[in-house]
Design a protein around this ligand. Sequence first.
Ligand SMILES: [Zn+2]
Ligand SMILES: [Zn+2]
Ligand SMILES: [Zn+2]
Length: 176
Amino acid sequence: MPDIFCALCGEPWDQDYVTHELHPLDRPRFLEGAGCEACDFGRSCPPCSGTGREKGDRAGGCAVCLGSRCLIIRQPVNSNRPERWEYGYRPHVRPIDNPEIITRYRPTSTRDELVRNAKAHCPACRGTAPPCRVCAGSGELQPVPDGDLRAAISELAASDAEPLGILARRLGDRCP
Ligand SMILES: [Zn+2]
Ligand SMILES: [Zn+2]
Ligand SMILES: [Zn+2]
């Protein structure tokens, strides 16, 4: 299956994934060139996941985040302790208070409650891990040059949709 590139970060996504697995609310954003899950829809530098820190290996990196420099955290929407979040998976769920949030994701529902989801800086290694070489520590996305044009060309090759429609949607005024 041909890939369709993210117009902002250049990440390739399988056309099947875009059509069938990408969240229905994210699909039009992706196809309009507003980013993808790898760049948090334009908010994060993909190599460091928006942390601004160079990732480490599992063994020597950090015992809290295992070198990823970030934690995927969650909190019940109806929590009565707004500072208290959790990370990790059963039986290793841990609390974290006042996390430094990088980006928020859509809430999800578990069996019995609605849960907020977010990505936060790892509090244990944030101050000591070296800065990301791609974004120089900012955590911000460095958009790929001509990303919208490359994305349009990749979609033209991958999709049966009407070519002029693809170009108009993606390039707008730049449409030839
Ligand atoms: Zn992207
Ligand atoms: Zn860490
Ligand atoms: Zn970075």
